[in-house]
Each structure stands twice: as C-alpha cells, then as structure tokens.
Design a protein around this ligand. Sequence first.
Ligand code: NAD
Length: 472
Amino acid sequence: MSSPENEPSFRESTEIMFNRAVRLMDLSPGLVEKIRICNATYKVSFGVRLRGDIHTFTGYRSVHSEHMEPVKGGIRFALSVNQDEVEALAALMTYKCALVETPFGGSKGGLCIDPREWEEHELEQITRRFAYELIKRDLINPAQNVPAPDMGTGEREMAWIADQYKRMNTTDINSSACVTGKPLNAGGIAGRVEATGRGVQYAMQEFFRHPEDMKMANLTGKLKNKKIIVQGLGNVGYHAAKFLSEEDGAQIIAVLEFDGAVTNPDGINIEDLKSHILKTGGVKGFDGGIYHADSEPIMEMECDILIPAAMEGAVNLKNADRIKTKLIIEAANGPVTSGADEVLRNKGVVIIPDMYANAGGVTVSYFEWVKNLSHIRFGRMQRRQEETRHQLLIEELESIEGNHLSDSFKKKYLHGAGELELVRSGLEDTMRASYQAISTMLHSRDDVTDLRTAAFLVSIERVAKSYRTKGL
Ligand code: NAD
C-alpha cells in the first residue's frame, strides 16, 4: 500500500515516534543519538545460476543496537525490501526486545525477491547463498546474530539457513541456535509458528483487563462479539484472527488481502477462508462472505478493533481520517505512519503499538534459542514428576471418606505441562507483564497520553540503563 508523497519514510516515521518519546526523558543528547542510530547495515549482491542463467539478488542485514548480544530480528523476502525499511525494522527490534525483556539487541534482514516467482528448489539455492554471505561475516551466529522468519519466510527457510550454518561450522555444538523459527524436527520449539498471532490475542485479552484503558478507546464489556477487521491473513493475521474468533468469541467482520477483501457482518469463519486462500491463492470466490475487489474502503468500515497484520504504512495520511475503529492493534511492524498516528490520536483512537503487539514472535524465539543452547526440550525433566506428585495428592484426598473428585477435574489436574503449554504460559506471562509496564507508565505521568509513547519510554529507559551499566 503506497503512502502519500508527503509522508516520511518508514525509518523516518519510526524516528519521529522515537523522538516524540525521548523528548520526555532526561537523557543526554549523546546517549539519545547512540540509541537512535543504526550501528551498521551490510548490503550484499550475489549471483545464483538458475534456469540456465546467472540471476543477481540483493539482500541486507542491519544491526541497530548491540547493547545486548546476540542481536535478533527476522529475515524478510519481498520485492519492496530496501535499506530504509530494514533499518526501521531493526530499530523496532531493539525497542521490542527491551520492552518484553528478551536479552537481545535489534537486527533485521531482507532479500529483494518475490518468493512466488521461484520453485522450491530454486528458493533453497537462493536462501542458502544469502545465508552463506551472512554467515561468513558473523551476521548469522548463535552468539552474535540470530535471525527468525518474517514476511515471505517461514520454517522452511529457517531450516535451510540452520543447515547452511551447520555445513560451515561443523564443530559448533550450538549451531541450532543460529536461527529461530525452525521446524520442530530441526531444533524448533512447539508454538513458534502461532506465537506472534497468539501474542496478539494475549495482548488483546490483557487490554480488556484494564478498564481505564478500555475507557480511553470507548470500549466496554469483553472481547466476545467485538467486531474486528483484519488486514493480511498470513502467519500473524491468520493466527490472531483464528484465536480471537474461535477462543474469545470476537467476530471477524472483514478480511483484507492483496487481491481484495471479504466481509460478513455475522463473522467470517477464518479456518474456511484460510483453506480457500491456500487452495486458490486469494480471497476471491470465497462463499462465506461478500467479495470486494477494492479493499481500501473496507478498512474504513466501522468496527471495534482494526488489526493491520500485513505490512508497514497501511494506515497513512491518505486514509487515517476515514478510519472508523476505536482500537488499532499493530500486529504488523509499522502499519500506522507517524502522520496517521497523530491524526488517530487526535480522533481518540487508541493504538496498541507494534513493538509490544507483535512481540510474541521474538518472545517464543527467545525460548527456542534457550532450548537449543540447553539441548533439551522444555518440560522433559519435570513433567512425569509433576504428574506423580499430583497423583499422590489425589489419592490422599480420595482416601478421606465421602470425598470424591470429579473425573474432569482429575484429568486436568493430573496432566503435567508439555512444551507447548509451557511456551504458551511463558508467552502469556510476558505479554501480560509487558502491557502492565506500559499501562503503568501511561497512567503515572501527566505528559504521556498514548500507549506508544509509554512503550517507548519503558523500552528506551531499559536500553539506556544497559548502556550506562556496561559502558560504551
Ligand atoms: P506473511 O507473509 O505470512 O503474511 C502477510 C500477509 O499479508 C499475506 O497473506 C499477504 O498476502 C498479505 N498482504 C500482502 N500485501 C497486502 C495488501 N496490500 N493488503 C492486504 N494484505 C496483504 O507475513 P507475516 O509473517 O504474517 O508478517 C506480517 C507482518 O507482521 C509484517 O509486518 C511482519 O514484519 C510482522 N511480524 C511478523 C512476525 C512473525 O513471526 N512472522 C513477528 C513479528 C512481526
């Protein structure tokens, strides 16, 4: 989605928001500059022989801040990838990691490519070659720089990258930790694929536990029956929409995709729509709603919650004025430009910022990295021991005359937590604690009036503290 000409670039937009927050802090100008600036961006062009000819591809890996190492951030495959975008995304990673307390600096990578143009074996060759270029410069390394999936990449690409690293570092016992978001059978962790969307769900649930924040958005009640519009039914959008509709009872009244939009005032069945997209390549022809070739007006429909989950700049100076939602949760990175942010704030729309809203991905990536370094699946040592202790208690309670525990209670109570349950528990705890830190900041200061500025304040303060402690 193109932004108007007078709109700053994604990186400038991120900096405008950063500057707005940092003005409220008591930091030396030198430290502010150190935090704001992107440390390094590596650009590489490499050739791959494909279809009888040599094709040249251009990629980037940007390191924003190394106040903690390794640095972390996804690798994106899209034709729109450019240095400005990669640097903006790397900066967001720094703030995101600090906000949700994952011990990483910020980084991001991208390759200018339309993955749909290439066969799987060709994509593997291209990905491995890009990974080779980054690995030999330690821009992929378990101790220094750990990528993850982003737009256009997923488990498959991460498995190729991990394997490429292993081929080039055969004696590194921690090689699996060089990248996260891998398939389960290649060193991945249960719950990583759903993690970002699951995090969006936990963020929404936590927001609805804060009546004073709901009041700012003019929202009452619970998530049930809230009307939601989602842009982008990819990894993040699909999982968020699925969990919010199936588990919390919200109604997804519109889904916008690259080939148009589908609306249904009674709620769209997300599983059916996703199957249709996987079968046909788009939303057109889906019989569970009305198809609209032009999706732009659909984003401007009245709803309670808007979830932009596709790409940056979706809400910009062109359409911000016409957006009729009460709450925006930024599942994508940078979906609201700095200009639109101001327009929406003035209209009273509450925005849950990207650096918090989509942090579920990096949180579970952190768990995966720890799992890889400890070489053992979470729960493997404790699960049966926990079940045995619970069994003991149940037997003791039932030995008391007249005491009977229901079968359903016993089943639930006896079940020891496996990896997926532990990952979800850790993710939920992270999303709840981080929201509470943001909300507390918002309500403890008169000069902070929005969640984004509050999130920046929490996060920049932590990065600053880290620089102060370790020196430069
Ligand atoms: P994805 O490639 O899986 O999904 C993106 C979806 O958006 C696709 O379905 C695509 O068809 C759709 N789309 C593209 N252009 C569109 C348009 N103009 N209008 C409507 N839909 C459009 O990507 P993803 O991993 O879900 O990432 C989406 C966003 O979330 C990005 O901003 C990414 O940086 C951010 N994010 C992703 C993760 C993760 O774990 N994957 C983590 C944090 C943040």
